[in-house]
Design a protein around this ligand. Structure first.
Ligand code: TYD
Length: 138
């Protein structure tokens, strides 16, 4: 789907457990400028409900599971994240909704820019109107 993709990270596995390294610009296709994590979310809550003009992000379910609905004006997909060695890349102009957080789950987000509220599009009609796919520019 446009501006999205599943990424598989390396796993170093031995009798002591598993370790997954994630390096900025190597495993992640951008320089990581910000990290945040979402946790303590009740199972009936939907978060996100926005897109970004510039921001690139990779979402990783570090523990538990969470569903991510990714949408463009013409496409929609739901992806369940549950594997800490897997990331979901979401680029600019993709609408996202996070829901069905399992009890005790933690969603880690790696982001290409510092927090900037001006980069958000939180209104779905505005998102469709401003979307370059909709304007036929790409
Ligand atoms: P919000 O983007 O609404 O969360 P979600 O998309 O998961 O529903 O952010 C919730 C609050 O946290 C809001 O007040 C903005 C603040 N926030 C920061 O201060 N820094 C950040 O990096 C992020 C992502 C949010």
């Amino acid at each position: 789907m446009y501006n999205t993709g599943i990424m598989r990270f390396k796993i170093h596995s031995d009798e002591y457990g598993r370790l997954t390294p994630v390096e900025s610009g190597i495993d992640i296709p951008f320089e990581i400028k910000r990290v945040y994590y979402i946790y303590n979310v009740l199972s009936d809550v939907t978060r996100g409900l926005h897109s970004h003009n510039k921001l690139h992000q990779v979402l990783i379910a570090l523990g538990g599971s969470v569903k991510i609905r990714i949408k463009t004006p013409s496409d929609e997909q739901v992806i369940e994240l549950y594997d800490p060695a897997e990331g979901l890349y979401i680029g600019p102009y993709v609408w996202r909704e996070m829901f069905d957080f399992s009890a005790g789950s933690t969603l880690l987000v790696l982001a290409s820019e510092l927090y900037d509220e001006n980069d958000y599009i939180r209104d779905y009609c505005e998102y469709v109107r401003k979307n370059p796919l909709e304007r036929g520019k790409i």
